[in-house]
Write a protein that binds this ligand. Structure first.
Ligand SMILES: *Cc1c(COP(=O)(O)O)cnc(C)c1O
Length: 478
């Protein structure tokens, strides 16, 4: 295990001297002055460099291993976009500058809003929300504002039980009551079951298309018709947009409000809670409710409009997570319409290739075709009391990041795999071979080995309950 800086500390070398370069023209009272040494670790520059480099090599990252994390679209993020996001020309701008001095970034934001409209079939976008869940929350506030404005009391949101946990959470946070809807074994919606819960108190239904089992909602038009005839709206969870670009647009499918996870579909490294962006798109009848400021073009100049009286207000400081916006814009412009369409086609092809290799050996509850991801239920194939959690841990021993497990909740022992368009056939083949080996051979022949995994990672199997209840946070207690 890598030692902490404090443990490595010696007095023989300091990488840098810390000196205060502010001239004190005030005197600090004696009783407030430090009596003892500050106790900073002393460490030579080379040892410091090695410490952090060695730590970084213990990380799982897209740049070191295959990351088949279903629902999260962990695809290659072109490094050129990182370079662009770091340009001084963007980073030295202050959001409080007058709009006429930041025409460039306003043009980029305006341009990205337009591109997202074209990709999604919506009429207007706000780039302000900071993540998918934040986009859901913003969208739901817009839906609430809409019904207030037409003086209808609608307090309920329908959420299928295959949905991501953020959907019911966002709806509750926005003050709605959740109406759960039982979905079919492939995660899709039964229109007659939907009609049973579609009362005049329902403000909207939240849908993920393709759904979290990787299946396209084939009854989409019927669903949209039933919901709209009831006077309710349709919210689109855009986390799975990577399956649809250039093939189908949520706006054309009947959705009124949606978010896009820029960090999933449009090239921002994510995971570990890094900054994201969840732009919200609406049909034109909801435009006036979007967060302020709005970026508008007037007489060939870009302006920031804060004076939208019907707006739900700002949901984040200033303009949102601008570096993520910038990467998305660069990515979309680099790929172009055909490139985005190819990305989706390849993502769907890769997922179907993997599914075809698994389907005769491991149960696939949603059937034998999928969009960009699929969910295995290995319960019947596993031996020796081995569970999906053990399989996920064992994959770490083989140098893979584990797929999403136990989601969606409607699949027993779920393993959710999303290969994305950016992995080679060789990588997919090796992963398929390894997962089959763990499930079909190791769990039967050497179950204990799988249950004890991982055994060759820097940290071996953790007692997750103990780790959460009694975290060791002080280096001295280690
Ligand atoms: C990731 C995800 C979300 C939430 O998005 P965040 O950007 O993580 O807040 C919502 N729904 C689905 C289906 C997702 O995969």
């Amino acid at each position: 295990m890598e030692k902490l800086l404090n443990e490595l500390s010696s007095q023989s070398g300091f990488a840098y001297d810390i000196k205060c370069d502010v001239e004190a023209d005030f005197s600090i009272p004696e009783n407030l002055k430090r009596k003892s040494d500050l106790g900073l670790p002393g460490i030579a520059e080379n040892d410091l460099l090695r410490h952090f480099t060695n730590l970084s090599r213990k990380n799982y990252a897209l740049s070191t291993v295959f990351y088949p994390l279903g629902s999260c679209t962990m695809k290659y993020n072109p490094l050129i976009n990182e370079r662009i996001a770091k340009y001084d020309a963007f980073n030295s701008i202050h959001p409080c500058q007058p709009a006429e001095t930041m025409q460039g970034i306003l043009e980029i934001m305006h341009g990205l809003e337009k591109d997202l409209c074209e990709i999604s079939g919506m009429d207007n976008f706000s780039l302000q929300p900071a993540a998918g869940a934040h986009g859901e929350f913003t969208g739901l506030l817009i839906i609430a504002a809409h019904f207030r404005s037409i003086k209808q009391k609608r307090t309920k949101i329908i959420v299928p039980d295959s949905a991501h946990g953020t959907n019911p959470a966002s709806a509750a946070f926005a003050g709605f009551e959740i109406v759960p809807l039982k979905s079919e074994p492939d995660g899709s919606i039964d229109v007659s079951k939907l009609k049973e819960v579609l009362t005049n108190e329902v403000a909207a239904i939240m849908l993920t298309v393709p759904n979290t089992l990787g299946v396209f909602e084939s009854k989409m038009r019927e669903i949209a018709k039933a919901v709209h005839e009831n006077g309710s709206l349709l919210y689109y969870d855009g986390a799975n947009l990577n399956a649809l670009m250039g093939f189908a647009r949520p706006g054309d499918l009947g959705f009124d409000v949606m978010h896009i996870n820029l960090h999933k579909t449009f090239s921002t490294p994510h995971g570990g809670g890094g900054p994201g962006s969840g732009p919200v798109g609406v049909k034109s009848f909801l435009e006036r409710f979007l967060p302020v400021p709005r970026v508008e073009k007037k007489n060939k100049k870009y302006v920031l409009n804060y004076k939208k009286t019907k707006s739900i207000g700002a949901v984040k400081s200033f303009f949102g997570n601008f570096p993520v916006i910038l990467r998305a814009y660069a990515y979309i412009k680099a790929l172009g319409g055909n490139g985005l369409k190819n990305a989706s086609a390849q993502a769907v092809l890769n997922a179907n290739y993997m599914l075809a290799k698994f389907k005769d050996k491991i149960n696939v509850p949603a059937g034998t075709r999928c969009m960009h991801e699929f969910v295995l239920s290995p319960k019947a194939a596993l031996g020796g009391g081995v569970r999906t959690l053990d399989v996920a841990k064992r994959l770490l021993d083989y140098g893979y990041y584990a797929p999403t497990v136990y989601f969606p909740l409607i699949v027993e022992e779920a393993v959710m795999i999303e290969p994305t368009e950016t992995e080679s056939k060789e990588t997919l083949d090796k992963f398929i071979e390894t997962l089959n080996k763990i499930i079909l051979e190791e769990s039967v022949n050497e179950p204990q080995k799988v249950k004890d995994a991982p055994s060759n990672t820097p940290v071996t199997r953790l007692n997750e309950v103990e780790a959460a209840r009694n975290p060791i946070l002080k280096w001295k207690n280690r």
